[in-house]
Design a protein around this ligand. Structure first.
Ligand code: DAH
Length: 370
């Protein structure tokens, strides 16, 4: 530190051309000292900015080494070449030292950057949140698979239907008492939102143009002027089934429905048929399945009967067969229609229909991965 002062004095004196002369011993000490300090400081510089400070301190316009070089001029003439060479080689040594250190710091910074930014490919990725299938969709897909397995196809009919298809062709003529039971959402005097999937029987048969066998299900939304409560909704879903061929009997209906019920609700599921009435089937039946909660032993859900009502069914009425373009003298058939929402509720123990329509994630996420 003290030498610094000496150097500037020497320099100031050097300004007065030849008058002041610094002893060569002092000069030698200054060079040695500077060399020691600068190499230590280069070593200690931890960043490129710190290293630059070292460069300015020694090699800058007013830097210590620059001053030392100027001070050479104040030496006795015969000593100048020796010291001039010394200072210059020190300058080169400092420059080399700075260059090497800055290369090292550059590499170090890059290494750190690489380490910081390196991607751990084993970490789980940032997956966008994806939804899951709605229980109704899940239930329908399972049902479709089961019926595919029995050689059925899927016929998607229409939701806006004519009065003719929804009622008349299904043997529910105008004024027929059964029409009162269906509180209908009319679009015009003659068109309406279908009250059941049964008109799909007629449309599906007509598309088959008399070919056999007719074997399809019609899943879809249906509409009724109903309240929205735990067991009713103005919009719900049904799955209709129709088979028309030669020699189709009531036994085929029973076997087919049992196969479906076991596939959907579990292999130990039982079914029972009770006599009923529908205008488009004769004879008609209600199909019950053994209670999915108590497995038939009797519980609250099945009102201690062990049975749950699921589907309407029956042998297709000859008039309906004819309306579909087939000859009831030649072929027979069976049909069934059940509520998809109800089937899903029974399968998963859902006790309020409304949760299927409210899109509450707390409910829907329970079906993820199911
Ligand atoms: N369409 C009837 C309803 O909505 C259900 C039904 C009963 C469909 C008997 C059928 C059947 O195919 O044979 O209540």
């Amino acid at each position: 530190m003290d030498y610094l002062g000496d150097i500037s004095i020497a320099h100031a004196k050097g300004g007065r051309r030849g008058k002041a002369v610094i002893p060569s011993e002092t000069m030698r000490d200054q060079i040695d000292d500077l060399q020691r300090r600068v190499s230590k400081e280069i070593e200690e510089a931890g960043t490129l900015a710190e290293l630059d400070e070292v460069r300015i301190k020694y090699l800058g316009k007013k830097g210590e080494l620059t001053n030392l070089l100027k001070a050479v001029g104040s030496l006795p003439k015969e000593e100048r070449p020796e010291f001039g060479a010394k200072v210059n080689s020190l300058r080169e040594a400092i420059e080399t030292g700075l260059r090497e250190k800055s290369g090292y710091l550059d590499r170090k910074a890059l290494d750190e950057k690489v380490r910081r930014e390196v991607a751990d490919v084993t970490l789980p990725g940032n997956l966008p949140e994806i939804g899951s299938l709605h229980p109704i969709t899940k239930a329908l897909r399972e049902i479709v698979q089961i019926f595919y397995g029995m050689g059925f196809t899927v016929y998607e009919s229409r939701e806006a239907e004519t009065d003719e298809m929804n009622f008349v062709k299904l043997n529910l003529a105008p004024g027929h008492p059964a029409r009162d039971a269906q509180d209908t959402l009319y679009l015009t005097d003659t068109t309406l939102l279908r009250t059941h999937t049964s008109p799909g029987q007629i449309r599906g048969m007509l598309e088959m143009e008399g070919r056999l066998p007719v074997r399809f299900i019609v899943p879809g939304r249906v509409y009724r002027r109903d309240p929205f409560d735990a067991s009713h909704s103005p919009v719900f879903h049904q799955v209709e089934g129709l088979v028309i061929d030669r020699h189709i009997t009531f036994e085929d209906l029973k076997g087919c429905f049992l196969e479906f019920a076991r596939g959907f609700f579990g292999p130990d599921t039982q079914i029972r048929l009770r006599p009923s009435y529908f205008p488009f089937t004769e004879p008609s039946a209600e199909i019950d399945v053994s209670c999915t909660i108590c497995r038939g032993r009797g519980c609250q859900v099945c009102s201690r009967t062990g049975w749950l009502e699921l589907s309407g069914a029956g042998m297709v009425h000859p008039r309906v067969i004819r309306n579909g373009g087939y000859d009831p003298e030649e072929v027979t058939g069976f049909a069934f229609g059940f509520g998809l929402d109800r089937a899903a509720m029974l399968k998963w123990g859902i006790d309020d229909l409304r949760v299927l329509f409210e899109n509450d994630l707390r409910f829907l996420t329970q079906f993820e991965g199911l």
